[in-house]
Design a protein around this ligand. Structure first.
Ligand SMILES: [Mg+2]
Length: 230
């Protein structure tokens, strides 16, 4: 096998962001009695929050807003959608979410078993656009940490996927070459196009079998497929 180094994305690739986030939001709705103050249902709040959060992350990725704005705005905006204007409450929700969600442990099916297999054959590292303080907690809590030699965050690299600089940084830190490296991730834009433009082979993790027109080196629908691919 020509590859020696494998870079994994974390959120939505190994760590089941959606399940972990939904679990946290559901707890938060109960803890702060949001139904009593006018949120119609758990489902309505979660879907509203997700939509707003995604938009704010998009703005963050484009450099339009900073991290603090992202964190302090998302719950306020979500509450406002239900005509609840309570900035203090939104800050408390934001703190609860930031504290509790990284402690959640849901991973994608076969994650640990596949990492166990790959670790014996390749050097494994993480490249994530998430923030240090939460990503390290997630990795520890969900037992992913021991599989990875380097955790490369956009914060440490001072650039984000899909920028070529973060891949350059990753290669230099891990002393790898582009031709012997592989990027595995769920985001076509950040992981796949990012790595492809840099000249690195990629595995697109597409559990929902989304239709797309990007040229990818490999595509999988379950992490389990990595055991035959690699
Ligand atoms: Mg991801």
């Amino acid at each position: 096998m020509r590859y020696k180094t494998i870079f994994f994305d974390l959120d939505h690739t190994l760590w089941d962001f959606e399940s972990n986030s939904n679990q946290t939001l559901s707890e938060l709705i109960t803890a702060y009695n949001l139904i009593d103050i006018g949120i119609p249902s758990e489902k309505a709040f979660i879907s509203c929050y997700e939509h707003i959060n995604e938009q704010l992350w998009e703005d963050y990725r484009k450099g339009l807003i900073d991290r603090l704005t992202l964190r302090n705005t998302r719950f306020h905006k979500a509450l406002l959608e239900f005509n609840i204007n309570d900035y203090e409450l939104s800050l408390k929700l934001g703190e609860y979410y930031l504290r509790e969600s990284p402690l959640k442990k849901n991973l994608f099916p076969h994650a640990l078993e596949v990492l166990q297999y790959l670790k014996q054959r390749y050097d494994l590292h993480i490249i994530t656009n998430g923030f240090n303080e939460v990503q390290y907690i997630k990795l520890e809590q969900s037992n992913l940490a021991p599989f990875f030699k380097h955790i490369i965050t956009s914060e440490d690299a001072n650039c984000k996927k899909p920028e070529p600089e973060i891949f350059e940084y990753a290669l230099s830190l891990t002393q790898s070459t582009v031709s012997e490296s592989l990027m595995i991730g769920d985001s076509l834009q950040q992981d796949i196009v990012g790595a492809r433009n840099f000249g690195m082979d990629q595995v697109f993790f597409n559990p929902q079998k989304k239709i797309h027109a990007e040229k990818v080196s490999y595509e999988i629908h379950s992490l389990h497929e990595l055991k035959t691919l690699l």
